[in-house]
Design a protein. Structure first.
Length: 339
């Protein structure tokens, strides 16, 4: 990765939002100050489409089969790729070693940029270093906020999972919850652990952690059901992904429990569940935005030398709460698969 003058880059610290704002300003000036020819030229231009040389970006995540969260990330990445004249190559594997191999494949293919998640950063350190040594810029998204700078990445887009967890715990304090179980669907995933740790830090009641096999949803359902039958004092189930929240609702019913379900992350079915009251609330980290910004950032870096946060600060996409008070505003976007 070409970052030969980091001090100069930090002084400049250009951001994606500034570039977008400048583009909009120029578009406005074309019609209001440039006369008829400028106005006609603006009308004939292919608005929102880059005419820069075609580039290839690899997006490599730790998506597990059936986890619809990543469909939203990918949709955002594809939208940015279409706008920026980027060929997007998507691959995923929940196994950290296999994910590292996918990054190596992208390096071997000599892509122009790599966007990668760091659910298990220690396993990704070596291959991310190889990409950078090969001159390929690497940005992080979703998982790895605590580690992206250590790995020498250019930028990071996501939420601070510890902050999100703490906010979640504060929210639980307002609901009357006394005892919660936090369900982790993937052991060793630092982001998921940080969420539950954050909940425990601020929640004034009792918190337990329950590990489930997130790749086997019937097993998830039976494990949560068994826990609720075993301990009837649990009044809230906290899940860390929308599919697991919807499954937990079934577990509550099967166990004959009165527990509420609250969760991290959204999809369109989860939004409906918040609307009908079967899910109490959700924390949205805006996965569409994570995918979009990661791809757009690599295009901006290649074509204009921009990078957000000056290489020292992440771009936070969450947390934001979705509950009965605002779910209807979110619903129309969730139906399109963008929230």
């Amino acid at each position: 990765m070409d970052r030969s003058s980091p001090s100069r880059s930090r002084r400049l610290a250009p951001v994606v939002a500034a570039a977008a704002a400048a583009a909009l300003t120029l578009a406005g000036c074309a019609s209001s100050h440039g006369g008829k020819k400028a106005e006609e030229a603006a009308q004939n231009a292919s608005a929102g489409k880059a005419d820069t040389p075609r580039m290839t970006v690899a997006l490599v995540t730790h998506q597990a089969p059936g986890d619809t969260f990543w469909d939203t990330v990918r949709k955002g990445a594809e939208a940015a790729a279409a706008k920026d004249n980027v060929k997007l190559v998507y691959s995923a594997d929940p196994n950290a070693g296999n994910q590292a191999n996918l990054v190596q494949n992208a390096i071997d293919q000599k892509v122009d940029g790599i966007a990668v998640t760091l659910a298990k950063p220690d396993a990704m350190k070596g291959v991310v270093g190889k990409a950078e040594q090969s001159g390929i810029p690497v940005v992080g998204l979703n998982s790895g906020l605590s580690d992206w700078k250590k790995l020498g990445m250019l930028e990071f887009f996501g939420q601070d999972e510890s902050v999100a967890g703490e906010a979640f715990g504060d929210k639980l304090n307002t609901t009357g919850a006394k005892k919660v179980v936090c369900v982790i669907q993937e052991q060793g995933n630092v982001g998921l652990t940080q969420r539950c740790d954050g909940v425990q830090k601020t929640f004034k009641g009792t918190t337990e952690t329950l590990y489930v096999n997130g790749t086997d949803m019937p097993s998830v359902k039976s494990t949560i059901t068994a826990k609720l039958k075993q301990d009837s004092s649990i009044d809230t189930v906290v899940t860390l992904g929308a599919p697991f929240a919807l499954t937990a609702v079934q577990s509550v019913s099967d166990a004959g429990s009165k527990a509420e379900v609250a969760t991290f992350d959204l999809n369109k079915d989860l939004v409906k569940a918040v609307q009908n009251g079967s899910i109490e609330f959700a924390v949205d980290q805006q996965p569409y935005l994570q995918g979009y910004l990661a791809v757009d950032a690599l295009w901006l870096y290649k074509n204009n030398g921009n990078y957000s946060g000056g290489g020292v600060q992440p771009v936070l996409t969450g947390p934001a709460f979705v509950d009965k008070s605002n779910v209807d505003k979110v619903a129309e976007f969730a139906a399109k698969g963008t929230r």
